[in-house]
Design a protein around this ligand. Structure first.
Ligand SMILES: Cc1ncc(COP(=O)(O)O)c(C=O)c1O
Length: 367
């Protein structure tokens, strides 16, 4: 699979150095990556979870490779519809407003019996999947949305209540089951969960099953890509004739195409430890602070040096992008952080301290 990984040469053009900090999105790499994922999935439908990164240029690059988009708010829905008016959209997420619940979408993921009662009240047609949260062990996930008491989806009692409500009418159509139990799982673990979800869905007579997203990415080992080939083969083995299987990955599609590029402003030693202060910081790239990891550096040719902690310009000790990185950094050096294409700019607290926003650059041609 062709993706921008740290082993590859810099994708930054020095001519742009004045415009730092910046996000650089490799649309060529994204196109190749999405095509490879699509190919590995065979007949399984692929929706992209827009919450991972809603950048219009990324969505345009993904559109030819996906069957639709998964959105979690009216804002994401309007954004996607504005770009692709006729595209298939699945709307999910807890706490839907009336505007979201009664929006015209391809599939609506129901999160609770109360939500379903509100949907049924006016007697307007809709096509729904019931979101199930099964009580199964979720080992090794970076984020668990299911497998126990969480506000996401319904336990089997909640689902049974919904089925009873739906059986009493024929305006809102029950299309099947949705499950997004966790994020950050490898292919074997996701296949084990898929088998459990499919078993449960078949017990309800469902033939359309959305297995969610959650395919793992590793910030500690950016070269370790999710095994789409074996996942696609595994789903093909699990799928029975007549069943529609769908997935809705976010991070594993877009994380590799983005880099956050910035410049070193200061290098200082405090109580014996070395710090490099860069322009920008976690108000642009909040991911390492949120997830508690070191954002990997990209680009070849760095000279090894004393471990240095790379921090941003914010007045908080949480503004750390990477700790104890064994490279030599000097004032004026341009550095690139890899794996900044998902849950990066769009989850960051942009306005804290009112620093300037980053620039955005798009690589549209193979270099
Ligand atoms: C319902 C749902 N689907 C899909 C995703 C995408 O997950 P990931 O980016 O881990 O693939 C999420 C993420 O939170 C989600 O909540």
């Amino acid at each position: 699979m062709t993706v921008a990984t740290p082993a590859q040469a810099s994708i930054w053009e020095p001519a742009h150095a004045a415009g730092l900090p910046a996000y650089v999105y490799d649309l060529v790499g994204l196109d190749a990556h999405a095509a490879a994922v699509r190919e590995a999935l065979g007949d399984v439908e692929l929706y992209y979870a827009v919450k991972a990164n809603p950048d219009p240029e990324l969505l345009r690059a993904l559109a030819p490779h996906v069957d639709g988009f998964e959105v979690s708010s009216g804002g994401e829905l309007a954004h996607v519809r504005g770009l692709f008016p006729g595209v298939a959209v699945a709307l999910g997420g807890p706490g839907k407003t009336d505007g979201e619940l009664f929006a015209d979408v391809t599939r609506l993921h129901i999160e609770s019996p109360t939500e379903l009662r509100r949907l049924l009240a006016p007697g307007r047609p809709a096509d729904v999947l019931l979101r199930v949260n099964l009580d199964v062990p979720i080992d090794g996930a970076s984020l668990a949305m299911g497998g126990g008491a969480t506000p996401f989806g319904m336990d089997p009692q909640g689902i049974a209540e919904c089925v009873r409500l739906l059986e009493k009418q024929d305006v809102v159509r029950l299309r099947g089951v949705h499950a997004h139990l966790a994020s950050g799982l490898d292919a074997p673990r996701l296949l084990e969960l898929a088998a459990v979800v499919l078993d449960y869905a078949r017990g309800l007579g469902a033939t359309e099953i959305n297995l969610g997203g959650g395919m793992a990415v590793s910030y500690a080992d950016p070269e370790a890509l999710f095994d789409w080939r074996s996942y696609g083969e595994g789903l093909a083995r699990l799928r029975r004739p007549g069943e529609v299987l769908r997935i809705e990955p976010g991070r594993a599609l877009t994380v590799y195409c983005g880099r956050y590029v910035t410049r070193v402003i200061d290098v200082k030693r405090v109580h014996g430890e070395l710090f490099a202060v860069v322009a920008g910081g976690t108000h642009h790239l909040r991911t390492p602070a949120t997830k508690g990891h070191d954002q990997p550096l990209a680009g070849r040719g760095r000279v090894a040096g004393e471990p240095v902690t790379i921090v941003g310009q914010l007045c908080t000790p949480k503004d750390v992008l990477a700790r104890d990185v064994p490279v030599r950094l000097e004032v004026g050096d341009v550095i690139e952080f890899a794996m900044a294409g998902a849950y990066a700019w769009n989850i960051s607290h942009h306005d804290f301290l009112m620093h300037p926003k980053p620039a955005f650059h798009y690589i549209r041609e193979a270099v």
